[in-house]
Design a protein around this ligand. Structure first.
Ligand SMILES: Cc1cc2nc3c(=O)[nH]c(=O)nc-3n(C[C@H](O)[C@H](O)[C@H](O)COP(=O)(O)OP(=O)(O)OC[C@H]3O[C@@H](n4cnc5c(N)ncnc54)[C@H](O)[C@@H]3O)c2cc1C
Length: 399
């Protein structure tokens, strides 16, 4: 049919119960958690997932047992290739003065693992494959949101591809620069740390014995995460200039620098994946919910990676929001603000506690010399000597 000038065609919006924006690990797992909810879902994602080959992904996460339980409940954990997963049985943390250290052990804490290390791309791919077959879900990818109108009864979203979607609830899982959060006018405090997270994978001459290491140093925090075989992954959170200098080194020089910074603990290192860097900020949205909107994952909070808890916190959001929506008994409307506030209240303590701990540790170790220096190293040793405090720390980290 042809229309002359002056005719505007308005395609009626497609109706959903929930539109989720962003299919990163958090948005994808949230969509999966609602597979049996009897709700009609749409998931909008700007980028198709990167293909998985045999190469190693330099984005490696330490996944807490609580997150493993969540992913297992979705059927995603068992679909991961076991040969690419590594348990963390021990953690050794070193301060910046000789002898200051803290050892955490799964055995002493009465748990089977402190965490598992997982490559981001592999987990993403397992979630994506499951979503492609999810009956109550429409995957809209690649596409991105261009405008949103929040009404009393629904949120209406227009996508760059021209489609219009209407939903009772719009869930922002679109990461730290969340477009949805900004469009909804939810303020977020953004505090750049002036640091980069430098990541890379290595083969190592010595066994890691399923131990993760962390060194608080003058030039930031260096973490070694064990990977299967004699391999490991690093996150070196370090000032921008130092990160730039590290990335300019030749592969041999970079290996020597990481080896020396880690006190030769795993012997000679060889580069498995080239170094990459990510800017580090702390971000905290003023609210996790607003009428017709809920934020999950980095859209709601971004942490310093020194505690390795960012994506774990996001999985916690996804699990709790899904549970609130599944148990909505009296509320037929999944975007009802009283329901959304249950989610916000349930997440407040975890988010605040982790933001406080990671930011506090960062500040404590960023201050150079003097009384603060003594205090932090004494603190590590004291914590190491107090089994009750250590167990409390481990319980918190396990989620
Ligand atoms: C160096 C480093 C190391 C880290 N290590 C750990 C660790 O060991 N353990 C841990 O728990 N956490 C770690 N983190 C934190 C972790 O990376 C994040 O918390 C996690 O990736 C957030 O996931 P997300 O799904 O919320 O957001 P993202 O992964 O940012 O996903 C957002 C998705 O939304 C899509 N999107 C964005 N805008 C739009 C739009 N307008 N329309 C459609 N789609 C859109 C994007 O394409 C993307 O796929 C680390 C972070 C850094 C920087």
């Amino acid at each position: 049919m042809r229309f002359g000038p002056g005719f505007a065609i308005r395609i009626p919006p497609m109706d959903f119960d929930i539109v989720i924006v962003g299919a990163g690990l958090v948005g994808a797992s949230f969509a999966m958690a609602l597979r049996g909810a009897g709700l009609k879902l749409a998931l909008v994602e700007a980028h198709s997932p990167a293909p998985v080959d045999h190469g190693w992904d330099s984005r490696v996460y330490a996944i807490s047992p609580a997150s493993v339980a969540f992913l297992d409940g979705l059927g995603a954990w068992t679909r991961l290739d076991r040969a690419r997963l590594n348990p963390v049985h021990e953690m050794q943390v070193y301060g910046d003065s000789a002898g200051a250290q803290l050892q955490l052990s799964a055995y002493e804490s009465g748990v089977s693992e402190l965490a598992w290390t997982v490559e981001s791309r592999r987990l993403q791919s397992v979630l994506w494959l499951a979503l492609e077959h999810q009956h109550n879900l429409e995957l809209l990818c690649p596409d991105r949101c261009e405008s949103v109108v929040l009404g009393d009864d629904a949120a209406e979203v227009t996508l760059a591809g021209g489609r219009a979607l209407r939903a009772k609830l719009l869930v922002a899982a679109d990461g730290r620069h969340s477009w949805v959060r900004q469009a909804a006018g939810i303020a977020a405090q953004d505090k750049p740390y002036g640091q980069m997270g430098v990541v890379a994978n290595f083969t190592c001459a010595k066994e890691h014995h399923d131990t993760a290491y962390q060194w608080f140093r003058d030039d930031g925090v260096l973490a070694y995460l064990p990977l299967p075989g004699r391999r490991m992954s690093i996150v070196w959170s370090t000032p921008d200039e130092h990160a730039a200098a590290l990335l300019e080194l030749s592969p041999d020089e970079f290996c020597a620098r990481v080896e020396e910074a880690g006190k030769g603990t795993l012997g000679k290192l060889e580069l498995l994946t080239p170094a990459a860097q990510f800017p580090l900020t702390r971000q905290h949205a003023a609210r996790l919910v607003a009428p017709r909107i809920a934020l999950i994952g980095d859209a709601g909070h971004v942490l310093h990676p020194l505690a390795g808890q960012g994506v774990n916190l996001g999985f916690g959001d996804a699990a709790v929001l899904a549970r609130v929506l599944l148990q909505r008994e009296l509320f037929r409307d999944p975007g009802e603000i009283r329901l959304l506030r249950r989610y916000e209240r349930a997440r407040a303590e975890d988010i605040l506690a982790l933001a406080w701990v990671t930011d506090g540790l960062h500040k404590l170790f960023a201050a150079h010399g003097g009384a603060v220096g003594k205090l932090r190293n004494t603190g590590l040793n004291l914590t190491n000597a107090l089994p009750v405090l250590k167990n409390l720390l481990v319980r918190r980290a396990l989620g």
